[in-house]
Design a protein around this ligand. Structure first.
Ligand code: ADP
Ligand code: MG
Length: 295
């Protein structure tokens, strides 16, 4: 359908554009923050310019990248509710990524925004000022409130980390309902990029059964490989770095590197011709990694 010229133009456009992914799940403790820090680091390692946005008043992402919210004069809530320019709030980190940091004041921003017209667009508007990034990751809070809806409104896609333990997926339907509403009302282009299995203990059949159940029930793509459960992940935030720096060669770090690579491939598939074959089908993608042991 399209000529080589058109495709080259599309490729150039894609190269100049950033991809924004919301990492969301209203359940806490499923590794949203860990995923944002680790994928951000992995993409920076690959040479991408990466921006991470901490949308959780608990500020775990900010902490885990070595920044103490107490030391910050300006943070994301100034951008969202006081009209401060995001470039004034931006901090660089030793992880090689930039960050829009959060403080506990973000909890107040959520309340303030409730009565504001256009609240769904506050993050999208803020990001328009920051167009030099290849990837932007939005670390959503554990709720389906104003900030998560604003994140989904600003995003090209959503990644859903899912802890492979009993019934951990009960909230996924609700999240998908929210995604559906966002598509209808504020962001027609939002796509679900898939579920990312986290805290995966490959030794148990149970974990695999939970995963299969998800893909059957919701017909969602399951990203591979699953992120293995390891104490190394819990140790990294205290060092103010991601696992990619604190345990470089660990299989957990490598799992995130592989997921990052898959995202890059998908990113270029949607927007451009990269010389590879056509848009990969989810069935085909999954089959190729089946049974792999990440040890
Ligand atoms: P969320 O942002 O969804 O609340 P976090 O990323 O903060 O989740 O992770 C919750 C806890 O689980 C943290 O203590 C984190 O260090 C730990 N954790 C995350 N991923 C793993 C993993 N693959 N293995 C073991 N612990 C993990
Ligand atoms: Mg978190």
């Amino acid at each position: 359908m399209s000529s080589a010229g058109d495709r080259r133009e599309a490729a150039a456009q894609w190269a100049a554009m950033s991809t924004t992914l919301a990492v969301a799940n209203q359940k806490g403790g499923v590794a949203k923050t860990t995923t944002v820090a680790s994928l951000g680091s992995a993409l920076a390692e690959r040479g991408s310019r990466v921006l991470l946005v901490d949308l959780d008043p608990q500020s775990c992402l900010t902490f885990s990248l070595g920044i103490d919210p107490e030391d910050l004069e300006l943070s994301l809530h100034h951008v969202l509710t006081k009209g401060v320019d995001p470039t004034e709030v931006l901090v660089t980190t030793e992880e090689g990524v930039d960050l829009l940091p959060a403080t506990i004041e973000l909890a107040r921003a959520e309340a303030d925004l409730l009565t504001r017209t256009g609240r769904e667009y506050v993050i999208r508007t803020a990001l328009e000022e920051l167009d030099e990034y290849d990837w932007v990751f939005l670390d959503c809070p554990p709720s389906l409130g104003v900030l998560t809806v604003a994140a989904l409104t600003a995003a090209d896609g959503v990644l859903i980390p899912l802890q492979c333990e009993t019934l951990s997926h009960r909230g996924v339907g609700q999240l998908l309902d929210t995604v559906h509403d966002v598509r209808r009302f504020t962001n027609r282009g939002l796509e679900v990029w898939g579920v990312l299995p986290t805290l995966y203990d490959g030794r148990t059949n149970h974990a695999r059964a939970v995963l299969d159940n998800i893909s059957e029930t919701y017909d969602l793509e399951v990203l591979e490989p699953p992120i293995p459960k390891s104490i190394r992940f819990a140790e990294a935030p205290a060092a103010g770095r991601s696992i990619l720096r604190t345990a470089r060669g660990h299989r957990g770090a490598d799992a995130y590197r592989e997921v990052a690579k898959a995202l890059t491939e998908r990113g270029s598939d949607t927007g451009s011709d990269t010389g590879s074959e056509t848009g990969s089908d989810k069935g085909a993608d999954r089959a190729s990694d089946e049974g792999e042991d990440v040890s």
